[in-house]
Design a binder for this molecule. Sequence first.
Ligand code: SAM
Length: 250
Amino acid sequence: MELENLLKELGIKEASQEEEVKRVSFTPETCDVWDFSYCDHRFGTKGYLGRIPGQYVQNILYYMEHDIEPTLFYGRITKVVDPMAGSGTTQDVVKWYNLYFSRDIKCFSYDLNPTREFIKYNDLDQGLPEEAKDCDLIVFDPPYYNMKKYNPGGYSDYLTFYKKIFQWAGEIYKVLRPGGCVAFFISDYYSGVSKYKEPLSMNCSQLFFKAGFKHRIRIPAPVRNPFTQNNKFMHLLREIWFLEKYEKEA
Ligand SMILES: C[S@@+](CC[C@H](N)C(=O)[O-])C[C@H]1O[C@@H](n2cnc3c(N)ncnc32)[C@H](O)[C@@H]1O
C-alpha cells in the first residue's frame, strides 16, 4: 500500500496487462526449421513432461494471420481448439496473442487429464463438444505413441496407435471449418530394442490425408533432448504438419 502511494505521488502508474505483454517484443521465426531450445515460461506449466515451447503456437498464429508465407496464410482466425491441451500452452499463447495484436480469438482447451482451470475434461475418442465446431485452427499435440504414457498401459502396438490417429483425424475434421487447418505435432519413435525407428510422422500424415486433409506445409520442430535413456531420443525428428480441411470446389 505504501509503495502504491509513493508511486502515485511520483506520478508512476502501474503498467496495464497489455503494456506488460508488449514490453517483450515478438520476432517471428524466419528459418525453415523452428528450433526452440527452451519453453517460454509464460506459456504452459513448468516441469510438465511433454509441454511444447509456446513459441511454436506464437508462430503458427502469426503466420496464419499475416500474408507472408503464402501457403500458411489463412486470414483472420476467430476460434482455436486444443483437444489434447496438456499443460495449457495453446490457450496461454492465444491470451498473449490477443493482447499483443489487439485481437479477440476464442480458445477452447480439452484433455483426458485436465491440469488447469480452463482445460475441460473431454475424451477425443468421443469427439469434440459443440462449442468447438467451426473452428479455424486446431493445435494437435497427441502422445507420440508411448514416448510418455498418458494412460496407464500406453498403446499395445503401433497398429492400435495408428487406428487412434485415424479416428482422431476424423473427429478433428468434423469440427474444423472448410479451409481450416490442423497444426499436428508428431515425432518418430524408437523403442530402444529394434534397430528400426518407427516413422510415426510419415505414417500419421498419410492417415490425415486419408481422412480428407490436404498438405499445406511441414516444419521441422526438433526436440532438444539430452542423450539419455539408452539414447532412446537420439536422432528423432519432430515435425509440425499443417493440414487443411479440404473440400473440393464445386
Ligand atoms: C503431448 S501432451 C500435450 C502437451 C501440450 N501441448 C503442452 O504443451 O502442455 C498430450 C496430451 O494428450 C492427452 N490425451 C491423450 N489421449 C487423449 C484423449 N483420448 N482425449 C483427450 N486428451 C488425451 C494427454 O492427457 C496429454 O495431456
